[in-house]
Design a protein around this ligand. Structure first.
Ligand SMILES: [Zn+2]
Length: 310
């Protein structure tokens, strides 16, 4: 439904005081993010993120562990995010207490032989209060989510009640392999590990039908709507791309489970205020509180222990 401009203004005003949890962002300092952040109207710095949080009432964020710069064979944890001894600047030293993180996984470096040892290495970090989940990157890594080399990590996730966030859908680099990132693949892992929560990141963009069906069918599967856009979409973007958002809305309504859907930005990829306002038009207003806040508390259960203002 296309809302008249006055209704949109009213809707945005009513939500102004709403608290937000960003269930999917990136918080580390690589060269490439400078340009990406600039395209979204920002700087990729800790100070900039804190200002964005203040301006948009974002009370907590989940940083997805990135793995590119990790020297460890098993890897998976960004030293720029959590290892205070790593010699990097600015953003990593100032990890504030309003950010938790998912442990990133270098799937291609895990074999059936070292998978158990990898999980043991991850267990050290899984015990840290600010670790709220595990993130794997099918597509960027040529390994399916359900591959048995991930199973010891899923057992770790079960033991510590940590959700497993899974990259799905479109990738930022052309040397990735989309077949590994198809959201239908999450069904296999979810069925094998029914007592582990899985998050289909990016709603499998653009495979919304598959992503919503997997979440509708599996009680342990959730979806985040991060990373659907890049840069500064601008206030008219929703209207210009109405067919795309109608298609997304159709499948979200098909799923009919607004308790399974979380807000995430994929910062620094997108302008946060624009993105929030666009998603306010995608998700029905009566579900805004759970979409922007409550559902993340249920999925990333450790966030509750890290919030200071409630
Ligand atoms: Zn991301």
């Amino acid at each position: 439904m296309l809302l008249p401009a006055d209704d949109i203004m009213l809707l945005l005003k009513e939500d102004a005081a709403m608290k937000i949890i960003d269930a999917h962002m990136h918080y580390f300092n690589i060269e490439g993010f400078k340009t990406v952040a600039a395209n979204a109207g920002y700087e990729n710095t800790a100070a900039c993120w804190q200002q964005i949080c203040e301006e948009n009432n974002i009370v907590f964020s989940v940083a997805m562990g990135n793995t590119e710069d990790v020297p460890s064979r098993y890897g998976g944890i960004s030293p720029r995010l959590i290892d205070l001894n790593a010699p990097f600047d600015d953003i990593k030293y100032n990890q504030p207490d309003n950010i938790g993180y998912c442990l990133g996984v270098k799937s291609e470096q895990i074999t059936l032989e070292n998978a158990g040892k990898t999980a043991l290495e991850f267990e050290y970090y899984a015990q840290k209060p600010q670790c709220v989940g595990i993130k794997i990157y099918p597509g960027y890594r040529p390994v399916y989510v359900y591959d048995k080399r991930h199973w010891p990590l899923f057992e770790l996730a079960r033991a510590y009640n940590l959700p497993v966030a899974v990259h799905t859908g479109d990738t930022a680099s052309s040397d990735a392999r989309l077949k590994y990132a198809h959201p239908l693949t999450v069904d296999e892992a979810a069925a094998d590990f029914p007592d582990v929560k899985f998050v289909i990141c990016h709603c499998g963009n653009p495979w919304f039908a598959d992503a919503t069906e997997v979440a509708a069918k599996n009680p342990n599967v959730y979806i985040d709507l991060s990373g659907l856009l890049e840069g500064i979409p601008g206030p008219d973007f929703y209207n210009k791309q109405k067919a795309y958002f109608d298609y997304l809305s159709m499948w979200l309504n098909y799923m009919g489970r607004w308790d399974k859907l979380m807000y995430g930005s994929d910062w620094p990829l997108v302008n946060i205020t624009d993105y929030i306002n666009i998603l306010k038009q995608v998700v029905p207003q009566e579900h805004h509180e759970e979409f922007f806040y409550g559902n993340a508390l249920n999925v990333y259960g450790r966030i509750k222990n890290l919030l200071h203002d409630c």
